[in-house]
Design a protein around this ligand. Sequence first.
Ligand code: 0A1
Ligand code: ZN
Length: 885
Amino acid sequence: MRTEQPKLIRLVDYQQPDYLIDETHLTFELYEDYALVHAHLVMQRNPALGCDLPRLVLDGVELQLLHLAMDDQVLTAADYQVDAEQLSLQPLRPSFTLDSTVRIEPQNNTALEGLYKSGEMFCTQCEAQGFRKITYYLDRPDVMSSFTTTVIAEKQRYPILLSNGNLIEEGVEDKRHWATWQDPHKKPAYLFAVVAGDLWSVEDSFTTMNGREVTLRIFVEPENIDKCQHAMNSLKKCMRWDEEQYGREYDLDIFMIVAVNDFNMGAMENKGLNIFNSSCVLAKPETSTDAIFQRIESIVAHEYFHNWSGNRVTCRDWFQLSLKEGFTVFRDSEFSADMNSRTVKRIEDATFLRTHQFAEDAGPLAHPVRPPEYMEISNFYTWTIYEKGAEVVRMLHTLLGPERFRQGSDLYFERHDGQAVTCDDFVAAMESVSGMDLTQFKRWYSQAGTPVLRVTDEYDAERQLYHIDIAQSCPATPGQANKQPFVIPVAMGLLGAEGQALSARLQDAEQCVTQDNWVLTLNQAQQRFTFTEVSERPLPSLLRGFSAPVKLHYDYSREQLAFLLQHDSDGFNRWEAAQQLAVQVIEEVCEQLRTHAPVQVDGCLAQSFAAVLNNPHLDTALQAEIISFPSLAYLLELQEQADVQLTDKAREAVRLYLAEQLAEPLQALYNRLREQAKQTQYRPEAEQIGNRRLQAMALSYLTLLQRDDIVAATVAQFEQADNMTERLSALSCLVNSTAQSQAQAALVQFAEEFAHDPLVMDQWFSVQAASSVLGELAHVRQLMQHPSFSIKNPNKVRAVIGAFTQHNLPQFHAEDGSGYVFLAEQVAALDALNPQMSARIITPLTRWQRYTPAQQALMRAQLEQLQALPKLSKDLYEVLERTLA
Ligand code: 0A1
Ligand code: ZN
């Protein structure tokens, strides 16, 4: 907890470490109410910095120092200074050893940072600055050390003792036993991990491209042993993929994953010992949805890929976080695209970015991909660092082309193996292999905000010329009033009147992918591109594949959008056309509601959707994406001033209209897919997933019709389906329908069946909290009284409070402000327990400037009350400061 105002840490102040730690030897003695950590550090003055001996300043937080010795000389209080965050002392020689013993209390660590207990198990989370809660250390990523770790604990309670690297010794002494692990690779402290518990494991093996055998082991609590296979399959697939696509081979004899129930994030890439939130690793068909299976595949890959992009080559400082995260998200998303449908993956990523990252970029917490300053680094694990960072890497991939990008990645790994480096080093490798000057491109790392492109065009029939004019701009963000033009790759094509791809010649083209698919490279505020030999007036298909994280405006008519939806050869842009069409139609209904005019929904959307459903050439996954409607959150993100209740009403009116118009084909589709599902053995594979998604989509439209036969079919699906995907989609339809007695019965049955499984109960909580029908605030408060709920468990917080505030917008933004009061209460309660979580779940309130003046006032009032609390964590303090600045 904070007593004085936290300091701002600035990138421009970066300095190399004064001292280095060559070897780190740790011994953990774990007991029921405390733990002792003995550290033996072999240190030296950083040779790059000279021969003087400045004071050594070690990080340490919430540690009780019991013993300290330098070069075996015991130090007394007069020899060092210690405060709440640091320990400093004067070295006498350039090379020396430092021994310390500290006492810590993992059992009382509710922040889930450092060493803590999750249920009966001990585990650690050290990124970004958790290691300083374990021992006094130089807790910064550019200090890389070899680690040898001994863990000692009671044998019966904690039969499994793990740390990074290879097991080199173990033994038993009375009731206690010990294990010593040695990691041959130097690493920063944030990649350190320890686990002790009564765990079972599933084992497999992988032969690397050079023929080395690697043991793969997934550790879980005994009751979850039947939920590991999917993660294991995913692990083997991504290990092979990283060899084939990036030439990266695994570098230890063993790779371990441990599942823990209490975890602030998704998972953590500790060297050789990944620790996972159990929700991101455990799955079986009866308890887990397709979405969960897919999430596991991508997170297992993400953490595994960090072994090179993050661990072998790490970050020099935390300002460079996106160096490892942006690149690794790009890598995992390409992996998922290869394992599933590439187009659908791109649609999912773009939707996510546009809904969440664009909102972040437009609000008071906007920051560049490489932030220039922070108070608390935990606050910077953001959509900007991760998702926009990945888009920046994707643009490099587009600009260089796949071959040169791969050469650049090879060079980056080769040049910097074993080093802690910067985003500039990454771009420099790309420059070296391509000969391109990427100086201007690097503005993506330093300028925040979402660029806006305005596109107009002109056709000169006589000369067969077609001009495209593009103006780029970027709104001001905190601390950055004026922006310089970005380098923006705009992939595009031209369609003729028959829907055919038009070929033409792009004048002065830097890169021409084919005769009918171009990448325009913008680098000025205003630019004209001219195509010659254009035989007819074309319709442009712009920003294909969402080739840059920008907002693009081109004045398409509804007919043109319907045409693109039918004919565009780019799957992404077909979907995009449907989205834009839906947005236009919903906006029109919003306007009708605003002016109290009669509501009349344009029929164009129903016609287009009918054509999509009848198109045998589209796979079901893409059909589902196309008829899936823009979310309320996305629609609000597009508005100058978000009007939640009105937009929700308009959106629901259009959905109902579509359900009525398309009732017949949707019903036929639903029946066919449900029958097919009954006869198919469930497998979490792309084709089946697409079918189930389309089936769920059809059912959710049909639910709006309030027909008894549909309710009956939904109840039957809920009761009879053998997999959680179909059961949960049926439950969600019931909960969001007028058939509340059936919904209640299903909820009771579900809770009885799965009371013992916390991950399934998370879904039970979410489906209710996110429902605008059932999820009234009073009900949400009741859910928090349920015996399966605990505010100390981040998954539960996300399942109830997160689902309510992010997915139940009409209730959260209730006009009386009750949703805001509720969130502020929860933030205050959580801040005393787990600051990372309080600073995260407050996010919806930080967007206060987006709403109507009345809502703004209510949100601000809650933020100000929080700011006035007597005790605030550094995390929450920073978020409030920036939000209210
Ligand atoms: N590096 C991990 C994410 C992570 C970050 C911080 C954590 O605790 C504060 C935990 C995990 C990843 O990218 O997967
Ligand atoms: Zn990561």
